[in-house]
Write a protein that binds this ligand. Structure first.
Ligand SMILES: Cc1cc2nc3c(=O)[nH]c(=O)nc-3n(C[C@H](O)[C@H](O)[C@H](O)COP(=O)(O)O)c2cc1C
Length: 221
């Protein structure tokens, strides 16, 4: 379950939207993602920074504990989803805040507001850009986050994965899992099988028996 705040809710009240969303959806999700990286909700991405991030993660974690207790269960995992448009200093702050918050993991990344290297006539349209232009940038964010968190948190890699190589690059940079979205549109559901088969070959080439051995491998060269 991926949750965000309403467009009309000011950031100072954001935590109550996330809490309300989690409270309603709790029984239906296996894990919850705090989305603070959609470019399509004005000012949402400001929640990635400073005390706003710490306060929001603490509130969502507390709400998770309340809901879990009310249902007689252990708390379900909470992940946070970040934008690719953060510099190293911002990422380092986020990594620290996320580690200290005690949440379970990170999804890196959401879509980008960047338009570098594009020549298409629609390049100046507003909104989040997904797919190929995001591939390398999101891999670099994964690499930084893995280093900054010493590989202590699972990272879900997302952004422009079309081939097994794209997925493998993210895994070697530090992703434990990967997500595809845009490539499903261009290549259809067969892309999952294609990537899985290709990953097997790439692992073998590098002498690995299983994915976990490849997670973060670039950092151990
Ligand atoms: C049309 C569209 C809608 C999306 N909606 C959401 C959303 O509601 N929540 C979210 O966290 N990410 C959302 N995303 C981001 C995707 O989940 C994904 O992280 C991003 O597109 C990068 O992966 P891709 O290049 O494989 O598409 C959306 C992306 C697209 C293209």
């Amino acid at each position: 379950m991926n949750i965000g705040k309403n467009k009309a809710t000011p950031n100072e009240d954001a935590a109550s939207d996330y809490r309300a969303c989690l409270a309603k959806l709790y029984p239906y999700g296996d894990l919850f993602v705090v989305n603070i990286s959609s470019p399509n909700t004005p000012d949402l991405r400001a929640l990635q920074h400073g005390d706003e991030l710490r306060d929001l993660l603490a509130a969502v974690k507390e709400e998770m504990e309340i809901q879990a207790a009310a249902h007689g269960e252990l708390p379900k995992p909470i992940l946070v989803k970040l934008a690719p448009d953060n510099d190293e200093e911002q990422l380092s702050y986020m990594a620290q805040a996320i580690l200290e918050s005690g949440i379970s993991g990170i999804i890196a990344t959401n879509t980008t507001i960047g338009r570098d290297g594009l020549s298409h006539a629609n390049k100046s349209e507003t909104g989040g850009l997904s797919g190929r232009p995001l591939t390398q940038r999101s891999t670099e964010v994964i690499r930084s986050l893995y280093r900054m968190t010493d590989g202590r948190l699972p990272i879900v890699g997302s952004g422009g994965i079309f081939t097994a190589r794209d997925a493998y690059d993210k895994i070697r940079a530090g992703a434990s899992l990967v997500e595809v979205y845009t490539s499903l549109i261009y290549k259809g559901p067969g892309v999952v099988k294609e990537i899985a088969a290709g990953l097997k070959r790439l692992l073998k080439q590098d002498g690995f028996n299983r994915i976990t051995q490849a997670v973060g491998a670039d950092h151990r060269r």
